[in-house]
Design a protein around this ligand. Sequence first.
Ligand code: PEP
Ligand code: MG
Length: 322
Amino acid sequence: ERDLALETSATPVVTTDGVPLRVRANVSSLAMARLAAQMGAQGAGLVRTEAVFGHCLQAPSVDEQAQVYGEIAAALAPHPVAIRTWDVGGDKPLPFMPTVVEANPFLGTRGLRAFVHDPRLLLDQLEAICRVAAHAEVQVLFPMVTTRSDVDLALALLREAATRAGGDGLPPLLEVGIMIEVPAAALNVSALTDGLDLVSIGSNDLSQYALAADRGNGDLAAWSDPLEPAVLRLVRATCEGVPAGMPVGLCGALAGEPGLAGLLAGLGVSQLSAVPAAVPLVKERLRAGSMAGFREIAERALDCADAASVRALLGQHADARR
Ligand code: PEP
Ligand code: MG
């Protein structure tokens, strides 16, 4: 056993058969970004900006945002940080956004949808992100993308913000991605990736929408296991639908379970983003197995009848859990 205390962000993750993978961290504050770097995270796979600024009663200015995003990027440099744009609605109220009253908030004006009619707060955020991307490795991630026109809107707003930031086109160090958390986006991902550099699966929401079970309702636990084969098939469909070589991240809670790392890699996920504390173990598990073995386990998991069988399968195969 390696000493996990020696894990650093510079120690790479390569499977025993030579496939490089990345283990990044989900962060909700600058302090968490610093912790993630200490835990050996290869950048941030998800910066939850609505959490970073969740205490603000007034919308933070472009300057304030650029300052904080810059510090988060610096904490994890030279690895890129994936900054998610305001993900509001459903379970995530934001004090400086008007609350939309609607019958089904989780099926409502969430994420990117909240900015279609009035994009001002999103434009400010994108301008701050573009400023930081002039000198740091930054990815921007748009949440709750469902259709091609969502991607087109996101790209148009990003170009407008880049111009405001004083650039000539998009900043050179900026990569553009979307969250895949709606089943329709997972199944149609090949139509969404034009103009993008990466996608990142939000398995918390993807499970909620695939299984029609509110992610925050404990009484529905029996219906909300993200290891249900239908959810795994959506993960696989996403990985198969992106152009060859495009990174597919996964940043839901699943990515923080070391015992699932091999399965997710076997499904085609190339970057896992976990809670900082889980990073060393996830890295270790991926290093200890082969991609050929991970793929074999993934195939078997896809053939399982239910989540319990997938869990039993993983229990039976120590290799998949390493
Ligand atoms: C997800 O939906 O899996 C995700 C990573 O985003 P959040 O949990 O913030 O909705
Ligand atoms: Mg989500």
